[in-house]
Design a protein around this ligand. Structure first.
Ligand SMILES: Nc1ncnc2c1ncn2[C@@H]1O[C@H](COP(=O)(O)OP(=O)(O)OP(=O)(O)O)[C@@H](O)[C@H]1O
Ligand SMILES: [Mg+2]
Length: 430
């Protein structure tokens, strides 16, 4: 599918202002991204930049901290709880600064002065160390009569050391004077806190607290609801990880049929319950519909047939009844892909599917992914295989420090990178 056509396709997954915070660490810092039907999006970026977290937030394996995730236009996740918390924290910090005198413009000015002095002092210390070493060396050389060091040279070196000592002492004195001023100005500011400003901030605090509480409540309610909605949407999103995650105590076929069978049975039970309710409470005749429902054996057989078809497709039909421990890494990963495909997903999410493989097995897995891409599967793939990204992706995202820093078709992103961090990243790996 050409790029122009894809740009007219409907958006399948969309994020706005997506954030994720672990403890006090902001791992995703507001990601806006649309993934259209048929797109193959490669995600690249340095280690720890948030690529996996981004992928895991798309199917809510990881719960975002804020922002919106929609799938097929339906909101899967939405929360402004974190944004409200940030506002609340900022107001608290302002109040604290005002009460402690830190907010006074005079204090701030002196603090800037102190910071500059500290910087100067750091350099001065380094110079003093240097001068002291030189003076010591000169004295030693003179004593040993080695080289052409004269009495005068030593005196010069000692003078330089003393000068550097004096500079340090002077800077230290200035710094301590500024620090004293800061203390004094803070004390003054504390005594004359702007009452009107404090009241304004306190009012803002009350409001921010209320807004945060409301957002938190909505967030928690949405999370309870999301549990059910997520299941529905996860069926549409296949996920393949670096480390296969196959069940070692189940055969290959069992691994593949586990999810479709259990979901099929769950659906069957729900449908049957619904029909029986109609019969009991609404006195409808549902005999035909009940008879048309598949039976359990049929569901299992269908799943097995589908597994065989998919295994044949990746060239592993002969492995249907073996246990994963007897397979190579490349074979395991192809099975993991088949397992995801067995759910008929609308989009596949791959997180470095080849980086745990021996080099000779990378090709066979990439080949399977490439075939899927050619068949039109929508996919997002975090990868370090730049050649693969160049060849298969319709779009590449460069993620750095929790943000998408560049988003372009591969030819442009690799051929004419704009962002400095991307240039640096590419120069290291290409
Ligand atoms: N469950 C977690 N708890 C705390 N911190 C986490 C958690 N998961 C990820 N992080 C941190 O979030 C940051 C981003 O991690 P992530 O795994 O998304 O990076 P990545 O871009 O996929 O890196 P890599 O290329 O190494 O796989 C890292 O600093 C990581 O330590
Ligand atoms: Mg990762």
């Amino acid at each position: 599918m050409s790029e122009q056509i894809i740009q007219q396709n409907p958006v399948l997954i969309s994020t706005r202002g997506l954030t994720k915070r672990f403890g006090s660490k902001d791992v995703l810092k507001g990601i806006d991204c649309d993934i259209r039907v048929g797109e193959k999006v490669a995600v690249i970026g340095p280690s720890g930049s948030g690529k996996s977290t981004f992928l895991r937030c798309l199917n809510l394996l990881e719960l975002p901290s804020g922002g919106v995730v929609t799938v097929d236009g339906a909101v899967l996740f939405q929360s402004d709880m974190q944004a409200k918390k940030d506002v609340l924290d900022a107001i608290k910090a302002q109040i604290k600064a005002l009460k402690s005198g830190e907010a006074s413009p005079e204090v701030k000015a002196h603090q800037e002065e102190a910071a500059a002095l500290k910087e100067e002092l750091l350099h001065a210390h380094a110079e003093l160390k240097d001068a002291a070493t030189k003076a010591k060396l000169a004295a030693i050389k003179l004593a040993k009569k080695s080289g052409s060091v004269t009495e005068e040279d030593v005196q010069d070196a000692v003078a330089a050391r003393e000068k550097a000592t004096a500079v340090v002492a002077e800077l230290k004195a200035r710094l301590s004077a500024v620090n004293a001023k800061i203390k004094q100005k803070k004390a003054e500011a504390k005594k004359s806190v702007d009452a009107a400003e404090l009241q304004r901030l306190n009012e803002a605090l009350t409001q921010a607290k209320a807004e945060y509480a409301t957002a938190k409540k909505a967030h928690n309610a949405a999370m309870r609801k999301t549990g059910a909605v997520i299941d529905e949407h996860r069926r549409n999103m296949g996920m393949v990880f670096q480390h296969f995650n196959l069940f070692n105590n189940l055969t290959v076929t069992e691994n593949i049929t586990l999810a479709p069978v259990s979901l099929g049975l769950k659906d069957l039970a729900a449908k049957r319950k619904e029909l029986l309710k109609r019969k009991l409470f609404k006195h409808e005749d549902v005999t035909e519909q009940l008879a048309a429902l598949p039976d359990k054996l049929e569901i299992i057989e269908n799943a097995k047939t589908n597994a065989k078809r998919l295994l044949a497709r990746v060239g592993l039909l002969d492995k249907a009844d073996v246990f994963p421990s007897t397979l190579s890494g490349g074979q395991k990963q192809r099975i993991a892909i088949v397992r995801s495909l067995a759910m008929n997903p609308r989009v596949m999410l791959f997180d470095e599917p080849t980086s745990a493989l021996d080099p000779e097995m990378v090709g066979e897995v990439l080949e399977v992914i490439k075939e899927l891409a050619d068949e039109g599967m929508t996919m997002v793939i975090v990868t370090h295989e730049m050649n693969f990204a160049k060849e298969v992706a319709t779009r590449v995202l460069f993620v750095d420090d929790g943000q998408i820093k560049e988003d372009a078709p591969p030819a442009e992103l690799f051929g004419d990178p704009k962002n400095d961090r991307l240039k640096e990243f590419l120069s290291k790996i290409l």
